[in-house]
Design a protein around this ligand. Structure first.
Ligand SMILES: *[C@@H]1O[C@H](CO)[C@@H](O)[C@H](O)[C@H]1NC(C)=O
Ligand SMILES: *[C@@H]1O[C@H](CO)[C@@H](O)[C@H](O)[C@H]1NC(C)=O
Ligand SMILES: *[C@@H]1O[C@H](CO)[C@@H](O)[C@H](O)[C@H]1NC(C)=O
Ligand SMILES: *[C@@H]1O[C@H](CO)[C@@H](O)[C@H](O)[C@H]1NC(C)=O
Ligand SMILES: *[C@@H]1O[C@H](CO)[C@@H](O)[C@H](O)[C@H]1NC(C)=O
Ligand SMILES: *[C@@H]1O[C@H](CO)[C@@H](O)[C@H](O)[C@H]1NC(C)=O
Ligand SMILES: *[C@@H]1O[C@H](CO)[C@@H](O)[C@H](O)[C@H]1NC(C)=O
Ligand SMILES: *[C@@H]1O[C@H](CO)[C@@H](O)[C@H](O)[C@H]1NC(C)=O
Ligand SMILES: *[C@@H]1O[C@H](CO)[C@@H](O)[C@H](O)[C@H]1NC(C)=O
Ligand SMILES: *[C@@H]1O[C@H](CO)[C@@H](O)[C@H](O)[C@H]1NC(C)=O
Ligand SMILES: *[C@@H]1O[C@H](CO)[C@@H](O)[C@H](O)[C@H]1NC(C)=O
Ligand SMILES: *[C@@H]1O[C@H](CO)[C@@H](O)[C@H](O)[C@H]1NC(C)=O
Length: 417
């Protein structure tokens, strides 16, 4: 049995609401949050329940499920903006609360973290709890949704943190709603989207006629990816330039798949703003691969964020994101260059190896790269500096040729997209 004491009702003291488990299904929660101009800024409708184990005074453990939220309040929910992010805050029962935070970047918004607080001092829900007090479980989610899309997930999503089980289903949510109207573009969770038809990424493409049991036993020959040239325009002016060979390294179910991006079949787009710039690549296997650049200290740029969503062998969509990167740092008005192989580590499961890299995300003049700041060189490289006097300008161009020595680590699969 789950009981909730609801907020005081005038004249009747505390109302006690008790439910027999299983007899009553949980109710949908719904929130239409509006900004100071009364325009809708966040829409959410969802169902959830929580299962909480707790220790009793008799040193045994009990489990309680909370699935009815009575008449919740949404105090502390905020619309947010580029700086502050958005938030849904729900209060229910006595001392229970649920908070989900959203942040916004150039092309996506993300469900950042979900935090659930429960009050074991609530004697009706936890009558015999040994420790009384408010406990919080906080889970970092980092799930990205394209800006201006509504996220839908009718399927069940389960989070488990500190033995507290959180179930979510029939979820509809859009933060940072534009122009006061909920989007008609739906972004589905993997479980809801059953129409995946694109060619999957297979962990290894090395044909192995003798065995099908282990794809990790046949290390493939290493090939450098082809170098692609990408540019983004602002009106008719080029505002972002990138030249690079890209190799993705995805570890899924403990198998690393190494995928070279073939520029011949890779599309690109993006956008430029004063403080941020976006380069987005896509192909039949890559829904999107975003490089987001930012300005820091008003005089340097760097690669701040990488978001990727790609299709895997089983047809599922794999997404990684990190908006706290610090790569490819160079002064504004110059470009960043690194010919040797460099690794951008987006997460433990997703890395990007770059080759013959040159990028300039800001202050591009006449569609050309400005002078390059080169990457610092590792100890295991041999440097052959060639100094060339450059005629009238008197510039000295230093060409550094770096030969990488040292073995490559072996890897499980290899494939060209
Ligand atoms: C939110 O807005 C929708 C559409 O206008 C409406 O159907 C729904 O009843 C509203 N829900 C709440 C809780 O205000
Ligand atoms: C909690 O939600 C899950 C998933 O919808 C459901 O299977 C379970 O019966 C629910 N529990 C309660 C007590 O409502
Ligand atoms: C929420 O805010 C309303 C008024 O804005 C207030 O009456 C109510 O007590 C608040 N509820 C909680 C749980 O803070
Ligand atoms: C962000 O929040 C802080 C504190 O709540 C507030 O002072 C500030 O104005 C907010 N920023 C914006 C851009 O709304
Ligand atoms: C949400 O953001 C607020 C303010 O930035 C922060 O105090 C709170 O801890 C965050 N909550 C979660 C669950 O991340
Ligand atoms: C809960 O029960 C304990 C012990 O029975 C009591 O000391 C405490 O005051 C009760 N708390 C509430 C909120 O009723
Ligand atoms: C929850 O975790 C996130 C990141 O892990 C953090 O930003 C947030 O402040 C935490 N919130 C609470 C209430 O602890
Ligand atoms: C919002 O309105 C502006 C101006 O009317 C328009 O340019 C923009 O495309 C609209 N955005 C959406 C998502 O409808
Ligand atoms: C469903 O997945 C397909 C590819 O698998 C994708 O193209 C489509 O945009 C997805 N649909 C939705 C509504 O998310
Ligand atoms: C891309 O196209 C060029 C020119 O057509 C060709 O030489 C190159 O091999 C192609 N690269 C790949 C990986 O298919
Ligand atoms: C984009 O073009 C507009 C109009 O020419 C200009 O005002 C703006 O500064 C440009 N933005 C960037 C980031 O180059
Ligand atoms: C791919 O990632 C795995 C796991 O991080 C690593 O062991 C392996 O060396 C990487 N391979 C390449 C080619 O980067």
């Amino acid at each position: 049995m789950v009981c909730f004491r609801l907020s005081p009702v005038p004249g009747s003291g505390l109302v006690l609401l008790c439910l027999v488990l299983g007899a009553v299904s949980s109710y949908a929660l719904e929130l239409n949050l509006t900004d100071s101009e009364k325009a809708l800024c966040l829409y959410a409708k969802w169902q959830m329940n929580f299962t909480i184990p707790y220790e009793t005074t008799s040193k045994s453990y009990k489990t309680v499920t909370i699935s009815n939220f009575g008449t919740p309040t949404y105090n502390g929910s905020i619309c947010g903006d580029n700086q502050n992010g958005s938030r849904i805050a729900v209060q229910f029962g006595s001392g229970f609360s649920w908070i989900v935070n959203f942040t916004k970047s150039v092309s996506v918004y993300s469900i950042d973290s979900i935090s659930f607080s429960y009050n074991t001092g609530d004697n009706t829900t936890f009558p015999d709890a040994k420790d009384k007090g408010i406990l919080t479980v906080n889970e970092s989610v980092a799930f990205k949704i394209p800006l201006n899309d509504i996220f839908r997930c009718n399927s069940l999503s389960t989070l488990v943190k500190n033995d507290v089980v959180q179930n979510y289903w029939d979820v509809h949510v859009q933060a940072f709603v534009q122009n006061g109207t909920v989007s008609t573009n739906e972004y589905l969770c993997e479980k809801d989207n059953t129409t995946t038809t694109v060619a999957p990424i297979v962990p290894t493409t090395v044909p192995s006629p003798t065995t099908t049991s282990s794809p990790t036993t046949t290390p493939s020959p290493k090939e450098k990816p082809d170098v692609g040239s990408y540019l983004v325009k602002n009106g008719s002016d080029t505002c972002l330039l990138a030249t690079m060979g890209l190799q993705l390294n995805v570890t899924h179910d403990k198998v690393a798949s190494v995928i070279n991006i073939n520029p011949n079949v890779t599309g690109y787009s993006g956008s430029c703003h004063p403080q941020t710039a976006l380069l987005r690549l896509n192909s039949s296997n890559i829904k999107y691969l975003d490089f987001v650049f930012a300005v820091k200290n008003e005089n340097r740029f760097y690669l701040k964020e990488v978001n990727v969503s790609m299709y895997l062998a089983n047809g599922s969509v794999f997404s990684f994101a990190n908006n706290n990167l610090s790569y490819w740092d160079a002064p504004l008005g110059s470009s960043y260059m690194c010919n040797k192989e460099q690794t951008v580590s987006v997460s433990g499961e997703f890395q990007i190896n770059t080759f013959d890299l040159r990028v300039q995300p800001f202050n591009v003049k006449d569609g050309k790269y400005s002078t390059a700041q080169e990457c610092s060189l590792d100890d295991d490289t041999i440097l052959i500096p060639i100094i060339v006097g450059a005629g009238l300008s008197g510039l000295i161009i230093v060409i550094v040729i770096a030969y990488l020595i040292g073995r490559r680590k072996s890897y499980a699969g290899y494939q060209t997209l």
